[in-house]
Design a protein around this ligand. Structure first.
Ligand code: NAD
Length: 316
């Protein structure tokens, strides 16, 4: 009997990439992980270090230094390669430098004959996902950014702590750009189908003011972790693992990755974080939340912000 192995190629094995690979080894969601990085010495060390944990892992995942030829039969290629923002550097500068890296990577992936799902985490993630789609020529349903998955994770964690509940029992999303213009559409946030707004009205222990300060904390989480420890890696690593499992197991889970809008929310041609059903074919459906006027306005501003940055980076 020949079993089809679930194969992932990881491009960029820095902090985010390695946290993702480590998480995949622990959960055992892939059978094979091929790893690519331009820093060959670091890559060799990371692979050895990870392999030494295999005897203690859920299963004997095959993990090795790969080449772009490995993309040919991969189910998923995950890109976390990139440079970090320099002090004082704006988004346009970062976008330009990371575009150069993608202009090198993506043609290699595609010339292997790759036809699976591409996941992008490199920042600014919405625009880098859009660029990856453009360069790859893959259907837009098969190129997905990590979007606001990690921000939604942060929100659920904080709401779970506030209401003393398992975060998985809190239903709320962060949508929009993965960045300062992201927001929580509170009108659709609920616990056991009861709206969070009603819960706050009915119980004096809780308040919408607290919800808005949690939203603010979520928005500032990335920057605050970077201030404390230099980078974020575990949350995004686990969010990427979750996306991977959802795709490889065709779970049809609703997450908030960066997806290309094609008329949803009244917008087209922009990649942005929205709730979407994710399975083996990538994005099978974008869920259109019923937004209030003010939420619709925030969403529209977030789309416009991404379009403006993209345009500015193309002009300069
Ligand atoms: P890092 O510097 O630790 O790792 C980046 C890796 O990319 C390095 O190992 C580098 O050698 C490699 N690389 C660079 N150019 C390459 C190329 N052409 N081919 C192959 N590998 C190449 O950075 P990190 O902390 O792992 O962050 C990686 C990216 O993820 C950054 O863009 C960061 O902003 C982003 N990020 C995104 C999220 C999110 O929520 N989407 C969260 C955290 C970080």
């Amino acid at each position: 009997m020949i079993l089809k192995k679930r194969k992932v190629v990881l491009i960029g094995c820095g902090l985010v990439g390695i946290s993702y690979a480590y998480s995949l080894l622990i959960t055992g969601d892939a059978d094979e992980i091929a790893m690519i990085d331009t820093d060959r010495k670091r890559l060799a060390g990371e692979i050895d270090d990870l392999c030494h944990g295999l005897p203690f892992a859920a299963k004997n995942t095959e993990i090795y230094k790969g080449s772009y030829l490995d993309c040919k039969n991969a189910d998923i290629v995950v890109i976390t390669a990139g440079v970090a923002q320099k002090p004082g550097e704006g988004r346009i500068g970062l976008l330009k430098r990371n575009r150069e890296i993608f202009a090198d990577i993506i043609p290699h992936i595609m010339s292997s004959g790759f036809s699976g799902i591409m996941i992008v985490a490199t920042n600014p993630v919405d625009l880098m996902t859009s660029f990856a789609r453009e360069l790859s020529g893959l259907p837009y349903t098969k190129v997905i950014g990590s979007g606001t998955t990690v921000d939604t994770g942060r929100l659920k964690y904080l709401l779970g702590s506030y209401y003393n509940l398992d975060p998985k029992s809190v239903h709320a999303y962060v949508i929009g750009e993965h960045g300062d213009s992201e927001f929580v559409p509170w009108s659709s946030a609920n616990i056991a189908t009861k709206s969070i707004d009603d819960i706050c009205k009915e119980n004096i222990k809780y308040s919408m003011e607290d919800m808005y300060s949690i939203e603010d904390r979520v928005r500032k989480s990335g920057a605050s972790i970077i201030e404390f420890k230099g980078a974020t890696c575990y949350g995004i690593g686990m969010a990427l693992n979750n996306l991977t499992r959802t795709i490889l197991s065709d779970e049809k889970t609703i997450l908030t990755p960066s997806c290309m809008l094609m008329g949803e929310y009244g917008r087209s041609g922009v990649y942005i974080g929205v709730p979407a059903i994710i399975g083996s074919e990538g994005v099978s459906e974008i869920i259109e939340l019923k937004l209030t006027d003010s939420e619709r306005h925030k969403f529209s501003e977030s789309c416009d912000f991404l379009i403006d940055i993209n345009r500015a980076a193309s002009v300069h």
